[in-house]
Design a protein around this ligand. Structure first.
Ligand code: PA5
Length: 464
């Protein structure tokens, strides 16, 4: 494992009375064992097939890479259509591993098509996409595990129609490939009928745990991401998360510290990467943490209304926007810093005599400055008695990104086990999906429409 986990600043020894005592960890041995067994004994089973996603064979990887290369060589733009767990994994891996201004690079430097991950149905955004891509040389990966999600299906209909108009029916089919559950859902049926290439999502891999399945791997192959190293890192983290002793298992330990903090009223979890390349890792974390742990009932059916609200923050940018609150506001947060030891580039701050702004910056590097600011923020939070811990990547590579993603998945699974909830369902999201179907007039949702119509709003409470 290349990642390092420093939880000193969660402890009483660092932050005083708001911290956790060593004895709190020691006396919960039964809880650790139960949470560990809950996840590890079900590894690869039921909704935990995600634990096995990094185990695919070399020949499967080769096949994906060959497919990816064939698309990469002919595409001017590559567009991913998906939402939630079918988009956030690809988004954060691309953000981490592609050039930060990938689309603006000249083609020979890019070595891959322009990339668009369309995870919203704002009509202006769809129009803007159509304005910038050349539809005739663009390729589309439609990703939806259920094959039923309105947002993704509507995007698919619009773009397939545009392709057919531009290229004719036969050629248009070659520009779409689909990632969905084999044998299930509306998209699978359409894909079969139209003859699109189909990639399967394993039945027991839920959206937010699917980044290392075909949901992520197909787009990664197209864009030339080093899949082998990504999965190698994920496997290394899987091994670390299978260590039974809480003191050496990073995900089990931080899941426990987080759930214990929740009991102490720390109901907000701030994810604060100090690297632009990891900015959208915070989005990935926000979804997996919120959708997995925000639950009304526990496994015994008892009402718990639990969860910890995730918040995203970017170092150093948000030092100038949110850190004041984190340092002096309510003691209701745990801050996770994601640090990077060594950045992919080094930028010197010139020692230019003509610009007289004092000597304190001159001759240093942005690399030194960003890490100094992270340590300074960590110091200020710690001094103010605020719970925080730091996950350090030696550098941002496919391998360390694979480790980080797997850590988030295990941390979430262990946290759900400590909370004794169903981590892998999302009844709150499903309710919204059904209400959308009803409002848009889908057959079979007539009762839901009546329920919606009966939800009256009083004029007295509307200000115009
Ligand atoms: O994590 C989840 O299950 C959700 O966020 C889904 O990924 C999201 O709702 C999209 O679902 P689907 O992939 O079925 O289109």
């Amino acid at each position: 494992m290349k990642l390092k986990f420093d939880y000193n600043n969660m402890m009483e020894s660092s932050i005083g009375s708001h911290g956790i005592k060593q004895s709190d960890i020691d006396k919960a041995q039964k809880l650790h064992t139960a949470a560990f067994k809950d996840v590890i004994d079900n590894s690869g089973k039921g909704w935990q097939e995600w634990t096995d996603t990094p185990l695919i064979s070399k020949s499967e990887i080769d096949e994906l890479n060959a497919f990816g290369k064939s698309v990469r060589e002919k595409a001017s733009s590559f567009v991913v259509l998906g939402i939630g767990g079918s988009a956030l994994g690809p988004i954060c891996v691309f953000n981490a591993l592609l050039h930060l201004h990938h689309n603006e690079l000249p083609a020979q430097m890019r070595k891959a098509p322009k990339l668009y991950v369309e995870d919203n149905i704002d009509p202006e955004r769809m129009r803007a996409l159509l304005d910038v891509i050349d539809i005739k040389t663009s390729y589309f990966n439609v990703i939806t595990k259920s094959g039923e999600t309105s947002e993704t299906l509507s995007q698919f209909l619009i773009l397939y129609n545009a392709l057919k108009k531009a290229l004719g029916e036969k050629a248009a089919k070659e520009h779409i490939f689909v990632t969905t559950t084999i044998g299930k859902g509306a998209l699978y049926a359409v894909a079969q009928k139209e003859g699109f290439k189909i990639f399967g999502v394993p039945a027991g891999v839920g959206g937010r745990f699917s980044v290392l399945s075909n949901v992520g791997l197909v787009p990664f192959a197209v864009m030339g991401v080093d899949i082998e190293s990504l999965l190698y890192g994920a496997r290394a983290m899987r091994t670390a998360c299978e260590r039974p002793d809480v003191k050496s298992n990073p995900a089990l330990m931080t899941a426990y510290l987080q759930t214990l903090s929740m009991k102490d009223g720390k109901n907000i979890s701030v994810m604060m990467p100090y690297a632009d390349s990891l900015r959208t890792m915070a989005d990935f974390y926000c979804q997996i943490w919120a959708e997995s742990l925000g639950k009304a009932v526990d496994k015994s059916g008892k009402t718990v209304n639990c969860g910890q609200t995730p918040a995203k923050s970017l170092g150093v940018t948000d030092q100038h926007s949110q850190v004041q609150l984190y340092t002096e506001g309510p003691y209701d947060k745990v801050v996770t810093f994601i640090a990077v030891d060594s950045f992919g580039d080094r930028v010197d701050i010139p020692a230019d005599e003509s610009a007289d702004i004092g000597d304190f910056l001159k001759g240093h590097t942005l690399n030194e400055l960003i890490n100094a600011e992270r340590k300074a923020t960590e110091f200020a939070l710690t001094k103010a008695g605020r719970s925080n811990f730091t996950v350090t990547l030696p550098e941002v590579t496919a391998e360390t990104v694979g480790e980080l993603l797997m850590y988030f998945m295990y941390e979430t699974a262990f946290a759900g086990a400590y909370l004794n909830i169903d981590t892998f369902n999302q009844p709150g999201v499903e309710e919204g999906k059904k209400a959308t179907f009803a409002m848009i007039g889908r057959a079979g949702y007539e009762e839901k429409l009546k329920e919606l119509d009966s939800a009256k709003k009083l004029d007295a409470y509307i200000i115009k």
